[in-house]
Each structure stands twice: as structure tokens, then as C-alpha cells.
Design a protein around this ligand. Structure first.
Ligand code: KGA
Length: 424
């Protein structure tokens, strides 16, 4: 069953559960509230989430969330109170999704719900912070302090929305440059539904703040820029591992269609689908610790056609073949020689250099840049292909992801051993 159908049929149940949760909270705090008004607000919020689910994007919740924040701010309602409605709705949605869907569908749906509510909460908090700073900080909080990514700058202050886009993703703003920091040390920034939706929400938040360029980086001190697709979240056969709705695929589209330049700033190692992410950014800066590997052959995973097109648009085919067939990391110097990296600079300079490069682009005409970026995307994606040819490719890929080799690749990773591939 589709996520939208599951949610559409659960509107009353979700709203009831969320209202009841808020009432329980109020009773515990001896607060009085108007249940009918609250039900009305939660129903509106639910319908916004449903619209986002139907459209497969988070944008429809952003402007209304900003409006909700502005209304409640003027009414003197505490931010925690307003965020509470989003939180209880999110929990009620999780319960519905978890009860009605299973396996990968459930993971995908939860990721989508998290991304949508996350984008709403982010918009809400951003509006509160902006209004509060105009009115002398009614939030009673300072904007989040600069993180490890905040020391070098372009003269601007890091107006932190740190932590709002999701636990493993932080955002900051230097002048007109947004910085998105991947910070999941535990799983080495492996890209699953949560991290991907966090980055998509961070992009939306930065777009609303009118940034003119974005830097995508790993947290300071990490040796791994990203370990690629979260292997634990890959489907175990009988299903395209990199289908259109895969969270990493959604993230790549969000970066590629984002209207400002996005610079991947690479310190550390890049693996598998994370290389697709780096190459989906508009420019790449790196230091000597950077290396780049594309590793589906280690997993027995047939890479998706869209992904191969991304590589074909960026790198020579002999390099693509060597990288895919050996799965061996390309070191920083070779990556520079093959033009995978625009600028290779020393570790000590990487952050300042990248922010300066981004600031240079941020000072140019945003309209011209957005249009040229979109033209280049459309032109480089343009690959007329007959339906029969595409279906043949899909058929070949299906044989590979239904094979015992693919399962062996996943099992070997989980069991921390070398895979034994039999080619069947
Ligand atoms: N997915 C899920 N969990 C991962 C992961 C991944 N891609 N990479 C690492 N982890 C987990 C790992 O299982 C371990 O969990 C923890 O992160 C730290 O990793 O603590 P646990 O529960 O055991 P580890 O290996 O101990 O860290 P390390 O020694 O610092 O080594 C880091 C690297 C990145 C070198 C190592 O973790 C690694 O080789 N990871 C897999 C890299 C990879 O092959 N990625 C490709 C994923 O596939 C992909 O993107 C696609 C779509 N593809 O290739 O086609």
C-alpha cells in the first residue's frame, strides 16, 4: 500500500492521537487549552503533511509553517508549545506508518515523514529565531554557537540553525553562504533515510534563508567524509536497491536541482554512493586526506542507470570503468589529475578556501547562476533512450540484484568478512 493511501485513510486516528497526547501534556502541566481549536490546527498540519507526501517533496509545508510561527509568535505562544504540535503529530504518523507498512516501504515512509515534519519544524524555528532577534530575543536563547565548521569565515556570523535539520546534520550560515555539516561519526556519515532527509531539510532551510551558495562537508575531525549508502537500509534482493524513491537518490536530485552552487568540501574518504553525492555537487574542493572509491562491485550491487549517467557526465569512461571494476580508492592527487576535484588545497586552508570560493559565487547574479546550473543539468542529463533498451538494462540489473552475489555482498558486510562471489 502507498504511504499516501495509508495516511489519507488515517486522518482522524492520527489527529485524535495527537490531540490526546497534547491534552495529556497540558494536564501534567496544569494548562488549559481549547481542544477544538487544537484539533483544527492539527488537522491542517496533517493535511499539509499529506500534500507533501502526495507531491513527494517537503516544500508545501515550509511557507505555512513560517506563517504558523509568525502567528503564534505574535500571539505570545512559546516556541516549545508550537513545536510540540509537530512532535506529537510526527509520533502519531509514525505509529500509523509502522502499523500499516513493513520492510523497506516502512523505512522509506518513515524517512519521508521525518523529512516533511523536519522541514516544517526547521521553518518554524527559523521564523521564531528571526522574529525574536528582531524583538530582542524573546526565545530566551542565543542562536546556536558556531560548531567546528564555524571558525573561518567571510566576515559573517554563523547564524546557527544547528541541530534543527536532524541530529546528524547541522547547518550554519556565513554571510550568504550556507554550510551543511554531516555529523554521524558512529556510522561514518553513511547515508540512510534519516541523514538524507536531514540534508534535504537543511537545503530547504538554507533556501528559505536566501543563501546564494552552499558548502557540504563532514564534521571537523572525521576521517571518513561519508561511507556511502547506508548498507543496512539497502533492500535484500527482489527490489531495485537504488530505485527512484531511495533516500540517497532523492538527496542527489535535491542537490542537482538546488538553485545555488553547491560545493562538496572533502576532508577524508568517500565511499560508494557518497561519490555520486560529491559528483552531484557543482564543484569539489579537497585536501590531501581525501580519497574517492565507488564500491558496488564489493557488494554485488548493479548500480543504477541514472547514477552511471552522473559519472559519465563528470569523468572519462576509462576512469569510471577502473573505479567501478576495482572499487579501489583514488587518492587526492590522482583525483585532481583526473579533474574529479576542482581544487586540492592543504588541510589547514581547506575550510577558508572553500568558503571564499563559495562567497565569490554568492556575490554573482543568483538568477544567472540558477538558470545556467539548470541548463547544464538538463543538457548533461539528456539521454534519449528507447523504452526497449531501458527495459533491457533494467532486466539485466534485476538479474544482478536478485542474485546470490548481491545477498552475499550484503551478508559479508554485516558479518565483517570478505565476500565470496560465485557469479550467480
Ligand atoms: N552502511 C552502514 N553502516 C556502515 C557503513 C555503511 N555504508 N559504513 C560503516 N558503517 C558502520 C559499520 O558497520 C560500523 O558499525 C560503524 O559504521 C563504523 O564503521 O560499529 P558497528 O555497528 O560495527 P567501521 O568500519 O568500524 O569504521 P572504520 O574502521 O573507520 O572504517 C570506515 C570505512 C568507511 C572504511 C568502513 O566502515 C567501510 O568500508 N564502510 C563501507 C564503505 C562502502 O563500501 N560503502 C559503499 C556503500 O554502498 C553504496 O554506497 C552503494 C550504493 N554502492 O556502492 O553502490
Amino acid at each position: 500500500m502507498e504511504t499516501s493511501a495509508v495516511l489519507a485513510s488515517a486522518e482522524d486516528r492520527v489527529v485524535d492521537e495527537a490531540v490526546a497526547a497534547l491534552e495529556r501534556r497540558d494536564q501534567a502541566r496544569h494548562h488549559a487549552s481549547d481542544p477544538e481549536q487544537r484539533r483544527h490546527h492539527l488537522r491542517q498540519l496533517f493535511r499539509l503533511v499529506l500534500r507533501c507526501v502526495n507531491e513527494g517533496r517537503t516544500e508545501p509545508i515550509i511557507t505555512p509553517s513560517e506563517r504558523i510561527a509568525a502567528d503564534r509568535f505574535v500571539a505570545g505562544v512559546d516556541i516549545a508549545e508550537v513545536q510540540g504540535a509537530f512532535n506529537v503529530l510526527q509520533e502519531a504518523l509514525w505509529h500509523q506508518v509502522a502499523g500499516a507498512l513493513a520492510g523497506d516501504q516502512r523505512i522509506e515512509a518513515l524517512g519521508l515523514v521525518n523529512a516533511i515534519i523536519g522541514a516544517g519544524k526547521d521553518a518554524l524555528a527559523r521564523t521564531y529565531v528571526a522574529l525574536a532577534s528582531r524583538e530582542g530575543n524573546r526565545l530566551g536563547e542565543q542562536p546556536a554557537p558556531p560548531g567546528g565548521d564555524g571558525k573561518a569565515g567571510t566576515g559573517g556570523v554563523l547564524a546557527g540553525t544547528d541541530g534543527l535539520a536532524g541530529a546528524a546534520v547541522r547547518t550554519g550560515v556565513h554571510g550568504q553562504v550556507g554550510v551543511i555539516t554531516l555529523d554521524d561519526q558512529r556510522q561514518r556519515n553513511a547515508i540512510g533515510a534519516q541523514l538524507a532527509s536531514g540534508v534535504v531539510a537543511a537545503l530547504e532551510s538554507l533556501r528559505a534563508q536566501d543563501v546564494r551558495a552552499v558548502v557540504l562537508r563532514a564534521a571537523a575531525g572525521m576521517d571518513v567524509w561519508s561511507a556511502g549508502h547506508n548498507i543496512d537500509e539497502l533492500p535484500r534482493g527482489r527490489r531495485d536497491p537504488l530505485g527512484y524513491n531511495d533516500p540517497l537518490e532523492g538527496l542527489l536530485r535535491a542537490i542537482r536541482t538546488f538553485p545555488t552552487p553547491v560545493v562538496a568540501m572533502v576532508h577524508g574518504t568517500v565511499w560508494g554512493g557518497a561519490l555520486d553525492l560529491v559528483l552531484s555537487c557543482d564543484l569539489v574542493t579537497a585536501d590531501e586526506t581525501a580519497s574517492f572509491a565507488i564500491t558496488p562491485a564489493n557488494l554485488g550491487l548493479p548500480y543504477n542507470t541514472t547514477g552511471l549517467l552522473h559519472f559519465l557526465g563528470r569523468l572519462p569512461i576509462n576512469l569510471i570503468k577502473e573505479m567501478f571494476f576495482t572499487a579501489a580508492p583514488l587518492d587526492a592527487q590522482k583525483a585532481k589529475e583526473w579533474l574529479l576535484v576542482n581544487h586540492l588545497v592543504g588541510s589547514a586552508e581547506l575550510e577558508a578556501f572553500t568558503l571564499e570560493l563559495a562567497a565569490m559565487m554568492a556575490a554573482k547574479s543568483p538568477m544567472a547562476i540558477a538558470v545556467i546550473k539548470e541548463q547544464l543539468r538538463v543538457l548533461s542529463d539528456y539521454q534519449p533512450i528507447a523504452a526497449q533498451v531501458y527495459e533491457r538494462i533494467q532486466g539485466l540489473r534485476r538479474e544482478a540484484y536478485d542474485s546470490s552475489d548481491y545477498l552475499e555482498g550484503l551478508n559479508a558486510f554485516a558479518e565483517k568478512r570478505r565476500p565470496i562471489f560465485r557469479g550467480i
